[in-house]
Design a protein around this ligand. Structure first.
Ligand SMILES: [Zn+2]
Length: 217
C-alpha cells in the first residue's frame, strides 16, 4: 500500500496536469475518498481485527459475544436496544497510535498506511461491499425466506406453485417479465449457490414490486 499512498499524496498535493478542450492547461488534484473491499480484506487494509474477532465491527464499538457453535466458538453480534457507540476518525487514530499486534485497542491493532492518505476518512471511507453484504447477504436472505422450500411451513413462505403464479401475474402487470426466470436459481437444490448476477437482477428489477405484492396479499 505504501506506493499507493505516496502516489495519492503526490496527486493530492501537486495534482496532475492535462490540456482541456479549450486548450488550457489544467491542474487537477486527485483524492481517494471511498474504499469498497470484502470483509476479509478490510481488516488488512485498516490494521484491525477481522469481523469474527473482538471489536471486529468496522463501524461501531460493539464487542460481540462468544457462543458455542458446533465444535467451536463463534463471535456473534447480538441485536441490542442500547444505542450503538459508533467509531469516529479521531478515536480510531488514537487507538492506532497506542495499539500493538499483541495489545489491540477497540479492535485496532496498529497504524495503517491509509491513515496518511489526504482527505481519506478511515472509518466512514470504508463501506459495506455490495456483492457480499447486499447481494449475497440481504437479498439472498429475503429470497430464501420467501421462496426456499426449507421455509415451507413459515407464514411468510410464498414459494407454493399457486403463489408463484400470483407473483408472476402481479409482476407481469407492472414489468412484463416472468419472475420464474429469475426464481429458478432459488427454487433448485443449489439455492445456496445462487449467483450474485441473479441476485442483482432481483434487487434492481423485482424487489420493489415484490414488496408491493406482499403488502397486497
Ligand atoms: Zn457495528
Amino acid at each position: 500500500m505504501k506506493p499507493f499512498v505516496e502516489e495519492l499524496n503526490h496527486l493530492g498535493t501537486h495534482g496532475m496536469q492535462y490540456v482541456n478542450v479549450d486548450n488550457d492547461v489544467v491542474t487537477c488534484k486527485v483524492y481517494s475518498v471511498c474504499c469498497s473491499s470484502d470483509s476479509c480484506a478490510r481488516p488488512l487494509l485498516r490494521e484491525t481485527m477481522q469481523f469474527n474477532g473482538r471489536y471486529g465491527c468496522d463501524w461501531c464499538l460493539t464487542e460481540a459475544e462468544s457462543i458455542k457453535h458446533g465444535d467451536g466458538i463463534s463471535h456473534i453480534y447480538v441485536p441490542s436496544h442500547d444505542e450503538l457507540k459508533l467509531r469516529d476518525n479521531g478515536s480510531f487514530v488514537n487507538d492506532a497510535l497506542h495499539a500493538s499486534l499483541d495489545n489491540p485497542i477497540n479492535g485496532v491493532k496498529g497504524v495503517s498506511p491509509l491513515l496518511f492518505l489526504p482527505l481519506f476518512a478511515i472509518v466512514l471511507g470504508f463501506v459495506p461491499d455490495y456483492l457480499h453484504c447486499v447481494l449475497l447477504g440481504i437479498v439472498r436472505t429475503f429470497a430464501s425466506l420467501w421462496f426456499h422450500k426449507s421455509n415451507h411451513a413459515k407464514p411468510w413462505y410464498i414459494g407454493q406453485p399457486g403463489y408463484l403464479l400470483l407473483v408472476d401475474n402481479f409482476l407481469l402487470c407492472d414489468l412484463l417479465v416472468i419472475f420464474h426466470v429469475c426464481l429458478e436459481a432459488y427454487l433448485n437444490v443449489n439455492f445456496g449457490r445462487a449467483r450474485s448476477g441473479n441476485l442483482s437482477c432481483c434487487i434492481i428489477h423485482y424487489w420493489y414490486f415484490m414488496v408491493n405484492f406482499l403488502r397486497s396479499t
